[in-house]
Design a protein around this ligand. Structure first.
Ligand code: HEC
Length: 186
């Protein structure tokens, strides 16, 4: 054996021993960690923090029935305003009613598998356009025809949505004792 090959053999032995030591050490550390984990008592449950339950967002989402109650109010006031020839108020009520219908389209497009969003478009659009024209022209006769059309549309949808027992009609008198429907004096 040459001296260089002797040195090579020694080095190989040293490397093997070193590897074995490292391996043993790793095993020991592993075992120590494991026993530590076993002997340590479970962490005590943390006291319920006041932050644990975040404040609920203060958002209230009305259902279709609630939207309809608002629509019912605008529908009644629209008639009372036009009958009193208070055209600015009629314009206002009509645009408020349109807004609520559009909210329903956005927020309750499908109600109990009835596509109310699409039905609003299909059923009310024509009557609403006629009402806008009549109010614009301050024409009570045209308004009355268009109003009857809209009221029929309300009931058509109620029937189609299995709510035929909700029957809308033209108001016979004002139920809003605290509101004057006559045109405002200038
Ligand atoms: C696209 C369909 C649709 C149209 C158009 C529609 N409704 Fe409705 N309406 C419904 C449905 C569906 C309900 C039942 C909601 C429920 O079950 O909670 C309802 C319920 C109502 C209610 C009962 C609310 C209550 O608690 O008393 C009123 C009043 C009402 N609608 C008024 C109207 C008026 C007025 C119009 C027309 C200007 C109209 N609706 C047009 C679908 C429609």
């Amino acid at each position: 054996m040459t001296s260089s090959s002797k040195m090579g053999a020694k080095r190989a032995v040293r490397v093997t021993i070193a590897t074995a030591l490292v391996f043993t050490f790793a095993l020991m550390v592993g075992a120590a960690v494991q026993s530590l984990a076993q002997t340590q008592p479970p962490a005590p449950p943390t006291a319920p923090s006041k932050q644990a339950v975040p404040d609920l967002p203060k958002v209230y989402m009305p259902g279709l029935g609630e939207f309809m109650l608002v629509i019912q109010t605008h529908h009644a006031k629209l008639w009372l305003a036009a009958k009193a020839r208070n055209w600015p108020l009629a314009t206002y009520q009509l645009s408020e009613m349109k807004e609520v219908f559009s909210d329903v389209e956005d927020l309750v497009p499908i109600y109990k598998s009835v596509p109310v969003g699409q039905m609003i478009e299909a059923i009310t659009t024509g009557a609403v356009a006629e009402l806008e024209k009549a109010v614009d022209e301050k024409n009570l006769a045209k308004f009355t025809t268009a109003y009857n059309k809209l009221t029929a549309a309300c009931n058509d949808c109620h029937k189609a949505a299995s709510r035929g027992f909700i029957q809308i009609r033209r108001p016979t008198h004002s139920t809003f004792a605290n509101e004057n429907f006559a045109p405002a004096r200038k």
